[in-house]
Every structure is written in C-alpha cells, then in structure tokens.
Write a protein that binds this ligand. Structure first.
Ligand SMILES: Cc1cc2nc3c(=O)[nH]c(=O)nc-3n(C[C@H](O)[C@H](O)[C@H](O)COP(=O)(O)OP(=O)(O)OC[C@H]3O[C@@H](n4cnc5c(N)ncnc54)[C@H](O)[C@@H]3O)c2cc1C
Length: 526
C-alpha cells in the first residue's frame, strides 16, 4: 500500500522499537489481546495488514450469543462461557451490543419436537445461570404469529421465545482497538507483518517491510491467515480449518424478533434477523481453501439462503432482485479432519510454538475477550511483573460504553440540535458512538456537520473527518464499510454518497485526483 495509507495512531507517537508484546492481526482476537495487555501496563504494539476488522470480524452474523446450536454438540462449556461473555458485552458496550428477542418456530413433524426444544431452552437458561435478559417462554402457534405475522404457516405448532444479543461487529472491534490505544498501545494499520525476528530459535519480534520491531512476546491473532504466520515461526501448517459463511441483506420481513430456523435441505441451523431496518439472513458453512480476502457469496449460497428464507416465511415474495447486499467471511476453526464443516467445534485453542510464538485458533467473536485474557495471562507469566497478572477488561466500559447521566445527555442533545442535527440523526449517532457522541458534536461545532450524506440516511459528512482523525480510517472502503453502515445498504453505490466521502477523505489525507479515483474504484470493485 502507498505510504499515505499507513495509519499510525497517535500520529505524534515517538517511534519505539522494543515492546513487551506485539499482536499480529487487528480482528476481534488481536484487538482484545492488545486492549488487555495495554490495560495491564505492558508496552504493546498491534500490526494489522489492512483495516481494523477488515477480515472475519466484520463479516459475522452480528450476534453476541450463547450459541443455542452448540448444545446439540454437547459443547456446554462453550455455551456457558458465551453466556457469561454476552452479559459482559451488554455491560461494557451497551451502545453497540443490544438484547435481541428470538423465536424458535416448531413445525409439525420437525426434527426437533416441542419437548426437545423445551429441554434445550431450559438448559440454555441454566447455563446462563438464569441471568439472560429474560428466561425463555414456550408459545402457541397463534402467539408466535401474533408476534411475527410473517411466520404464518399451517404447519406451525408453536415456538420458543428467548434472548440473545445483536452487535455492530466492525465498530465493536474498532472500539476495542481504540480502548487499547487509549491505554497506550501503538496501533498500525496497513502494516503487514511479513516475517518474524528470530534470535537463537526464539521469536523476538516481527518484520514489517524493512523494519524489525522487537518484543518479548509475539501473539499471532491472524484468524484465517493463522497458518501463514505460524509457518514463519516453525514451518508448520494446518492449525486451522477454514470454512466460509455467507449472508444476505433483504428488505424488512420481521417486526422485532429474529428467527432460528432449521434448513429444509440439510437441517442446518440458520438465522433470519431484523437488522438496521432490513433483514439479515445467514449463514452457510462450507470448507474454503482460497484467499480469505477474496471470499464472496456464491450463486449457490445465495440460492440456498433465499430458498430457505422463502420456505420459512411463505408470505415473503423473494428473489435475486430483492437482495440489497451480501457478504461472506471465513471462520478460522481449530483444525479437525473428517467432520462436516458445520460440526467442527467453535472452541478456541491457544498454542505456543517451540520458538515461543503464541497463536490463537478458533473461538468466536462473543468469547474473544475471555480468550484474550487467557492469552495475556500466559504472556504475563513469561514477562513476570506481578502487576501484569490481572485482567480488568470484563468490567471496564469500551470508549463509548460509559453511562451518561440524564442531565448531561440532555445537554449534549441540545448542543447537537444547535449544530444543526435533527432528532433522527441524534438518535442514530448516539446509538453509534455512545458516550463518544459528544466528541463528534464538538467536531461538528468547530467545522459544521457537513450535511447529510444522503437525504434518506442519518449520517453526516463530519463523521468522515471523525473516522479519519479519531478512528484510524484510511480508505474509502474503511469509511463506507466499517465506520458507517453504508456498504451493506441500498445506497452503497450511490454516486453522491461515495463521491462526497472520497472528496472529504482526499482533502484530509492529501490525495491527488488519481489517488481519489483509485480509492473509489477499489471500494466499488469490492
Ligand atoms: C459467516 C460467519 C459468521 C459468524 N458469526 C458469528 C457471530 O454471529 N457471533 C460470533 O460470536 N462469532 C461469529 N463468527 C465467528 C467470528 O467472526 C470469528 O471467530 C472472529 O471474528 C475471528 O476473529 P479473529 O480476530 O480471529 O480473525 P479476523 O477478524 O479475521 O482477524 C485477523 C486479522 O489478521 C490480519 N492479518 C492477517 N495476516 C496478517 C499479517 N501477516 N500481518 C498483519 N495482519 C494480518 C487480517 O487482516 C485480519 O484483520 C462468525 C464467523 C463467520 C465466518
């Protein structure tokens, strides 16, 4: 990438070349490792080859969930840990992670009869120690269709209602990185690690281009790229099994409940969820050998997801033209041969190579904080000072997650109105930035809001400045896909929106006309 791409924050940070701990990878695993280690007082650097959350961590089903389907695999430890972590997320990032009610519809002759669903649901509550948002409730078919009329099917015999949580994956990952930065970590994006520094057979740092940066501990948190970086340490391979998963964004089909459904074709569990005013449907689970950066939703996956959604919601007239957007990602699962892709465990495995490289395989977005705490415990044991021993990430709010007293909030909303924001915009921006919203209002007070990016969207031009100056955004795609939720909506190719963003970024980052065109083309091609 060109030097103008390189995102180093804070920009005035003096170059340091010795760290306690280096993290390779700016997905949710690497983000939490950097956050936890920096909060414990370690000198930390994180290197990400592209944008924060540019890999799998922005291509999820957007759920912070206990993982109902893992009950059938007997993965009770994973479900219990996920339920604990769901409670942590709801506490430390209430603006980005919100309770989401679900229905599990039961049809006549279904593979999972009502008694089995009831047992599963009870177990789900037990493993959450009855501390979920609400415990489950069994509903009649009439009660279920009153809640979600789209379900109306003669075969429906009832449903279970329960809670999980929905998140903004890219922004959540970003906020964890910002928290790491606030705690002193050096964050470099568009900085691929292309080699390791080895001293007497030990991993003693990383190479980024011509730079060698030393650290006492190096953590490989590169998700689907894990084996490539592991091989730099010891030439080994195949720690992970990569499976692909696709999602579709469809017009609104549901009122407020997400649906957990069993696919008619193969019995796999998939979700149909209300999401940002639209419907999110996913996912698939297929082995994948290609480049993780190049994964896309295939025609076959699109057909599968549309067919299964139509089957579950017979009233929804859906075809290819109704697909608003689609995306796909690659799961970095712990290597297991000989099992169907969807049956491979979602648990994590933290491994240390002979040279001391710590690699994280598997895990889920939901459990990443807990996995990272274990990784940093291991690093702390190597680095030794006692003050490194205790993780506090379960109780410290993310940067936008601090509670705001009502009077302060009212004053902030009044200030936002005074700079020209309408109430719908203030609501949307508060949800996006949480307690950081005041910082955006300060910037808007100094420079103006920049106006709406599109008359039907709440987002404003000044958010582009905020993304570049405060949130490590370096490309048009970073802004439209991961700082603002535009790339997965109907205005993703709107020329006025994309041009506005590109022009603002060009003036902030000093791009000439060629660079601006290059960035726009890259975004539109993705
Ligand atoms: C379709 C799908 C749906 C999912 N849904 C959910 C869900 O709803 N809830 C849930 O909890 N989990 C879900 N998951 C699982 C979850 O998304 C992943 O477990 C998690 O995001 C993995 O994070 P990671 O940090 O390990 O990997 P990634 O997010 O891929 O991060 C790895 C990073 O390393 C960087 N990198 C790679 N090589 C280098 C290098 N040499 N130098 C520097 N940087 C490098 C990459 O660019 C990347 O950003 C889903 C996964 C998929 C695929």
């Amino acid at each position: 990438m060109k030097p103008s791409h390189v995102g180093v924050n804070p920009p005035a940070d003096p170059p340091r070349d010795a760290f306690d701990l280096i993290v390779v990878g700016g997905g949710i695993m690497g983000a939490w490792v950097a956050r936890d280690a920096a909060a414990r007082g370690m000198r930390v650097a994180l290197f990400e080859q592209g944008d924060i959350a540019g890999g799998t961590s922005s291509r999820t089903s957007k759920l912070v969930h206990g993982g109902l389907r893992y009950l059938e695999q007997g993965a009770f430890g994973l479900v219990a840990e996920s339920a604990r972590e769901r409670a942590v997320w709801l506490r430390i990032a209430p603006h980005l992670v919100r309770p989401l009610p679900f229905l599990f519809p039961i049809s006549r002759g279904a593979r999972r009869p009502p008694w089995m669903v009831r047992i599963g649901m009870t177990l789900y509550d037990v493993l959450a120690l009855y501390r979920n948002v609400e415990s489950h409730r069994m509903l009649t078919a009439d009660e279920a269709t009153r809640l979600e009329p789209a379900l109306g099917s003669a075969d429906l015999v009832g449903a279970a209602r329960f809670f999980d949580a929905q998140m903004d994956d890219a922004r959540t990952c970003l906020e964890v990185v910002l928290a790491a930065r606030d705690a002193g970590a050096r964050i470099e994006t568009y900085a691929p690690v292309d080699g390791l520094v080895l001293k007497e057979g030990r991993v003693a740092g990383v190479r980024v281009g011509s730079r060698a940066i030393e650290a006492r501990v190096v953590v490989n948190a590169t998700g689907p790229w894990l084996d490539r970086v592991s091989a730099m340490a010891d030439g080994s391979s195949a720690r992970i099994r990569r499976t692909r998963g696709a999602h579709l964004v469809l017009p609104p089909l549901l009122r407020e409940h997400a649906l957990v459904l069993a696919a008619g074709r193969d019995g796999r569990v998939f979700f149909v969820m209300p999401w940002r005013g639209y419907t999110l449907v996913g996912t698939t689970d297929l082995d994948y050998e290609g480049d993780p950066a190049a994964v896309t939703c295939t025609d076959e996956e699109r057909r599968y997801l549309l067919d299964e959604t139509r089957r579950a919601l017979p009233g929804a007239p859906l075809d290819d033209r109704d697909v608003i957007a689609e995306f796909a990602g690659v799961r970095p699962l712990v290597y297991e041969a000989g099992r169907a892709a969807s049956a491979v465990s979602r648990e994590d495995l933290v491994e240390e190579s002979a040279g001391g490289l710590i690699s994280i395989a598997g895990g889920k977005f939901t459990t990443a904080r807990a996995v990272a705490a274990r990784v940093v415990d291991r690093a702390a044991a190597r680095l030794r000072p006692a003050r490194f021993a205790v993780s506090r990430t379960a109780t410290t709010p993310l940067p936008g997650g601090s509670p705001i007293p009502p009077a302060e909030r009212a004053a902030q909303r009044a200030r936002a109105r005074a700079v020209g924001l309408d109430d719908d915009q203030i609501d949307a921006l508060e949800r996006m930035y949480g307690s950081r919203f005041g910082e955006l209002v300060d910037l808007a007070a100094a420079r103006g809001t920049g106006g709406r990016l599109h008359q039907d969207l709440p987002w404003v031009g000044i958010q582009v400045d905020f993304a570049v100056e405060q949130e490590l955004a370096r490309t048009v795609e970073d802004v439209l896909r991961r700082r603002l939720p535009i790339a997965l909506g109907p205005y993703r190719r709107d020329p006025a929106v994309t041009r506005h963003v590109a022009e603002r970024m060009a003036s902030l980052l000093g791009w000439d006309a060629d660079a601006r065109r290059h960035h726009l083309e890259r975004y539109l091609a993705a």
